[in-house]
Design a binder for this molecule. Structure first.
Ligand code: PLP
Length: 396
């Protein structure tokens, strides 16, 4: 089956009892058994639930994996992957990971005895130098949140597999989605998602997932999923399954809109730098075009007026809503340093307070362009007025 067909059908077949075309929401905690030790496939919904099983099979199929496991959030999925390790094990991670991932690593897991080093994983030399004899896991996020840095999944996987400790390569594929990038086909061992984002696609559910191929990893991770219990409810699984059905159409439109807006931003006099994986100015544009089918729906940019200008733009758009999260059909704007990435403040991962992040939605491009240009033009004209008065707009 082609990817678009898998999105609609994988893991889902009409309900055998009723013929219901949509996967039913099996809103049950437990299941009647035919006799002692004779369950009909399910015993208790923390361990397994048919709506969740459909989502897990669908995710495995989309990522070209052998198994999928669904979680209550992206961070719950991340935490479960890290529970594969033992105290004293070392993790080499990207130095521009999502703020919540950094917080989990540094503030929750480090005190339990895991070691972390954060390096620029776009630079193979830094990856090589960061590997230690006790490195058990390499954590890549690509493109990263929020700087949209692109790491070479194949090259990092090859490099890592040639070392004696052969750490697992785990890729957070939330920004790209399996429609644009399939890390398991590029040599990664596990893929992690915040299904809250593009997979769910409508900003109405929190969820996470792990997908992989190795049966031994599946066994341990499924054990942890049940033993720790950070599972999603059936209604949430249904919503994510429903979202996935339109993933290719949505991500195509997100990417087309974002590519067009990257050009609009690059041409605007108030903008200092635009960061978009498929934009010619992006340092890894060639790799991004090789590794990803399209550029995705996320753009970051800085303004000549710095943090104050970022605040003013983020507060003055009308269609782009000032909000955290990403990947929904509606456009969002935020300032990561004080919102999604506040937990990295005063660390080496701290984000420039003048950086603005856009999650470009699927609205009409003309409306999105007009909204952004209006916010930027306002900034430009007030800066001009301040300059004429001999004042600094940054001190307003
Ligand atoms: N990974 C990335 C790249 C994210 O952007 C996020 C959330 O923003 C997460 C993981 C965590 O996912 P969740 O919020 O579903 O726990």
């Amino acid at each position: 089956m082609k990817f678009e067909t898998e999105c609609v059908h994988a893991g889902q077949s009409p309900d055998p009892t009723t013929g219901a075309v949509m996967t039913p929401i099996y809103q049950t905690a437990t299941y009647q058994q035919d006799g002692l030790g004779k369950p009909r496939g399910y015993e208790y919904s923390r361990t397994g639930n048919p709506t969740r099983a459909a989502l897990e099979a669908c995710l495995a199929s989309l990522e070209a994996g052998e198994f999928g496991l669904a979680f209550a959030s992206g961070l719950a999925a991340t935490d479960t992957v890290l529970r594969l390790l033992q105290p004293g094990d070392h993790v080499l991670a990207g130095n521009d990971v999502y703020g919540g991932t950094y917080r989990l690593f540094e503030q929750v897991l480090r005190p339990y005895g895991l070691e972390f080093t954060f390096v620029d994983t776009t630079d193979l030399a830094q990856v090589g130098a960061g590997l230690q004899s006790n490195t058990r896991l390499v954590w890549l996020e690509t493109p990263t949140n929020p700087l949209l840095r692109v790491s070479d999944i194949s090259a990092v996987s090859r490099l890592v597999k040639n070392t004696s400790s052969t750490p697992l390569v785990v890729v957070d594929n939330t920004f790209a989605t399996p429609f644009l990038q399939r890390p398991l086909e590029l040599g990664a061992d596990l893929v992690v998602h915040s299904t809250t984002k593009y997979l769910g696609g409508h900003s109405d559910v929190i969820g996470g997932a792990i997908v992989g191929r190795d049966p031994a990893l599946r066994e341990r991770l499924a054990f942890l999923q049940n033993a720790v219990g950070a599972i999603p409810g059936p209604m949430d699984c249904f919503l994510i399954l429903r979202g996935i059905k339109t993933l290719p159409i949505r991500v195509t439109r997100h990417s087309e809109n974002a590519a067009a807006l990257a050009e609009v931003l690059a041409a605007h006099p108030a903008v200092e730098q635009v960061i978009y994986p498929f934009h010619d100015s992006h340092p890894q544009a060639a790799l991004a075009r090789r590794q990803m089918a399209m550029g995705g729906g996320m753009i970051s940019f800085t303004l000549k007026g710095g943090a104050e200008a970022a605040r003013r733009v983020a507060e003055s758009t009308r269609i782009f809503a000032l909000a955290e999260s990403l990947g929904g059909v509606e456009s969002l704007i935020e300032v990561p340093a004080v919102m999604t990435h506040a937990s990295t403040a005063s660390s080496t991962l701290a984000i420039d307070p003048g950086l603005v992040r856009l999650s470009v939605g699927i609205e009409h491009i003309a409306d999105l362009q007009a909204d952004l240009e209006h916010a930027l033009d306002q900034l430009q004209s007030s800066t001009f007025a301040f300059e004429k008065l001999g004042l600094s707009a940054n001190n307003s």
